[in-house]
Design a protein around this ligand. Structure first.
Ligand code: FAD
Length: 475
């Protein structure tokens, strides 16, 4: 019987054999350099770290296929690496693993302006895609804060500030090219907006965190750049009022482009980090309105009324493109702003999501949990989706981490009890493994394990991530 647990007793020998063949085929694109391996030993935030045996830089689907054929043959684990911005230990390699870096696969392969779609290589970042789309009048809206690759964003089913209007990666990926564990290349989905043929393999690979296959090309939906964009902020003396405003905007069906929250702790950090010196350290909602001028006027008017009824202070408008960019950059840099409060501290981010009607109750409860923990924490997030992060700042020691994780568990337990999820966008990696059975139930998990066993029977693809060990559904 095949031994699929890692590391194998003869793992060093297997890794050595793979390395020799990789060097022969890929030459300088295989690196065992200490700083290169260190950069591939962890992601952000949850810095569980382990050096890979080597890093291979792929430049094509054929390269990825060759690496997987070889690693499959020798049963050596492979961890796909995009930009390494994931925050739950996703890219930390198991022992003697190959880190397969796709960041050199950055081509835009086709743009079909008339159909609003494009096909790109998986290592392209969403920022670079939008630069290349600039003259087409189209853009790609999913915007996680990090400089993430589109392959990594597919793999974590990422979202960001624009998901309230445009959806997440799940809604914006039409098809994929995927290399399976044995090196075979498949295409999933296509270019059409809907199809009712066969199992939805695209959705299976989106969110699979490199555990079922390695994505080399992505067919994406694009969107027209709106005729008018307006951004504003509104500050509140009271966090609950700000959350109620966001909930009512969604419940009223305002097609808002973004509605983001930062509490007073986060605002104090961001004012100093991003130079927002014209703002007060008060809980703040950031809004963006998009569409035809008449529609924007209507959205603004309803939003202002709702905010006023919830004790919002006056609206402040960002009228120019530069001012809007400054506001959203500050929002995207919130994590680094929180980290700058105490550079020696570790910042651990929660990522709960609940049905929107429960959001205010959850945040009230989280506030109590933070106070009881004695830790400093900021609350911010994509409140229009019911998703927010608690950035827990803790001493960078085992005891400090344990205190932060204890608080994280309390917050997750509250969210799950309200019908929510432990992660709206960051994914499972290693950090959220312990919550999966409570969230999905033993039956659903055993079916997920059966899918993994079918697509990756030797367990070489990012082993140990996304799925806690347990029984496999046998039918
Ligand atoms: C400051 C900051 C803010 C962030 N804000 C957000 C946010 O708002 N929303 C959000 O969703 N996330 C956010 N993130 C998390 C992170 O940016 C996302 O998880 C992102 O999707 C990861 O992309 P990446 O290219 O860095 O992937 P990596 O970190 O390199 O990899 C992530 C996972 O995907 C797998 N993988 C990578 N490439 C491929 C591939 N081509 N095929 C198969 N598997 C692959 C890896 O093995 C790993 O399991 C933030 C992170 C930071 C540091």
């Amino acid at each position: 019987m095949t031994n699929t647990s890692f590391p194998h007793a003869d793992a060093p020998k297997r890794a050595e054999a793979v390395l020799a063949q990789l060097k022969a085929q890929f030459g300088e694109r295989v690196s065992c350099n200490e700083s290169v391996c260190e950069a591939h030993s962890h992601g952000e935030a949850l810095q569980v770290s382990r050096m890979p045996a080597a890093v291979v830089f792929a430049e094509s689907t054929a390269d990825v296929s060759d690496v997987l054929k070889l690693c499959h043959h020798h049963q050596v684990p492979v961890v796909a690496f995009g930009a390494g911005t994931s925050v739950e230990g996703h890219v930390t390699p198991p022992e003697y693993a190959i880190s397969l870096d796709l960041s050199r696969m950055t081509e835009v392969l086709e743009v079909n302006s008339a159909d609003l779609d494009c096909r790109v290589q998986a290592g392209l970042t969403r920022q670079d895609l939008n630069v290349q789309l600039r003259d087409t009048g189209l853009f790609f809206p999913v915007d996680p804060g990090g400089e993430a690759t589109l392959g990594g964003m597919c793999a974590t089913r990422a979202s960001g500030t624009a998901a309230v209007r445009y959806g997440t990666m799940k809604e914006n990926v039409l098809g994929l090219t995927v290399v399976l564990a044995n090196g075979e290349v498949i295409r999933t989905g296509g270019r059409v907006r809907k199809s009712s043929t066969g199992y939805d393999l695209t959705s299976l690979f989106v969110g699979s965190e490199g555990t079922l296959g390695i994505i080399t090309e992505v067919q994406l939906r694009l969107h027209g750049i709106p005729e008018q964009l307006s951004a504003a902020i509104c500050q509140f003396e009271n966090l609950h009022d700000a959350v109620s405003t966001a909930i009512e905007i969604i419940q009223m069906g305002v097609p808002i482009a973004r509605v983001e929250l930062m509490d007073e702790v986060q605002m104090a950090a961001s004012i100093s980090y991003s130079g927002l010196t014209d703002l007060q350290p008060l809980t703040t909602l950031f809004f963006e309105f998009a569409g035809a001028p008449e529609s924007v006027r209507e959205q603004v008017s309803v939003t202002e009324d709702i905010a006023r009824e919830n004790n919002g202070l006056r609206f402040m408008w960002a009228d120019t493109a530069d001012e809007r960019a400054r506001l959203w950059k500050a929002r995207h840099n919130a994590f680094w702003a929180a980290k700058a409060i105490d550079p020696s501290a570790r910042v651990i981010s929660t990522d709960c999501i609940v049905p929107i009607s429960r959001l205010a109750d959850l945040i009230d409860g989280v506030r109590q949990d933070i106070a009881a923990s004695g830790l400093q924490a900021a609350i911010l997030g994509h409140v229009g989706d019911g998703n927010f992060h608690t950035l827990i700042m803790t001493e960078d020691s085992d005891a400090g981490h344990a205190r932060a994780l204890d608080l994280d568990r309390k917050i997750v337990a509250r969210a799950l009890a309200m019908g929510g999820s432990c992660s709206g966008e960051h994914g499972v990696g290693l950090g959220k493994l312990e919550f999966l059975e409570t969230e999905h139930g033993a039956g659903a998990l055993s079916v997920m394990r059966a899918l993994k066993a079918t697509l990756d029977p030797l367990n070489i693809l990012n082993p140990g991530k996304l799925l806690p060990e347990g029984p496999v559904f046998k039918g």
